[in-house]
Design a protein around this ligand. Structure first.
Ligand code: THU
Length: 160
């Protein structure tokens, strides 16, 4: 038997360590989170994506009384980006969340289906998507590509 150890690298930055592009993208995610439609979870998520041409798009989560019909902010956003900018790679994705009625930002991390969706974007455009995730302590996790969050994904074994 051989043991295989997997390794992920995440960077945690203080607000001062963010560059202006990162700061602006996170700020857009924070603003759009206020438009979340989340009457069932009361968990308001905002996501903003930077495309390689400098365009920024954003989305919040949109829920449904039939829970599986609702969608996470990231998945809606990447679907919209792919549909409207089919030739332009998403290169950076900021994600923030806040519980209704709370002042502070909540811890958040993309769900499994969203990780798979981010992976598809990387596969489609041949470019890693850097994730920026706002933490409740005010710091930001910077993750350079979905492989750090989705080891042993399907296309690690299937080169197509
Ligand atoms: N949600 C997102 O939109 N993005 C995430 O990264 C985590 C979860 C949404 C799904 C659901 O509307 C609510 O947050 C609670 O899970």
């Amino acid at each position: 038997m051989k043991k295989i150890n997997l390794h992920s690298e995440l960077e945690e930055l203080s607000p001062e360590e963010l560059n202006p592009t990162e700061r602006s993208l996170l700020s857009k995610a924070q603003i759009v989170s206020e438009q979340a439609y989340a009457p069932y979870s009361n968990f308001h998520v905002g996501a903003a994506v930077l495309l390689e041409n400098g365009e920024v798009l954003q989305s919040s989560n949109q829920e449904n009384v039939s829970f599986p019909a609702g969608s996470c902010a990231e998945r809606l956003l990447l679907g919209y980006a792919g549909a409207n900018f089919p030739d332009t790679a998403p290169v950076m994705l900021a994600i923030v969340a806040r519980r209704a009625g709370e002042e502070t930002w909540a811890e958040v991390s993309p769900c499994g289906i969203c990780r798979q969706t981010i992976n598809e974007s990387e596969k489609r455009f041949g470019k890693p998507v850097t994730l920026l995730i706002l933490r409740s302590n005010g710091n930001v996790l910077r993750i350079k590509g979905i492989s750090e969050l989705l080891p042993l994904k399907f296309n690690d074994f299937d080169p197509e």
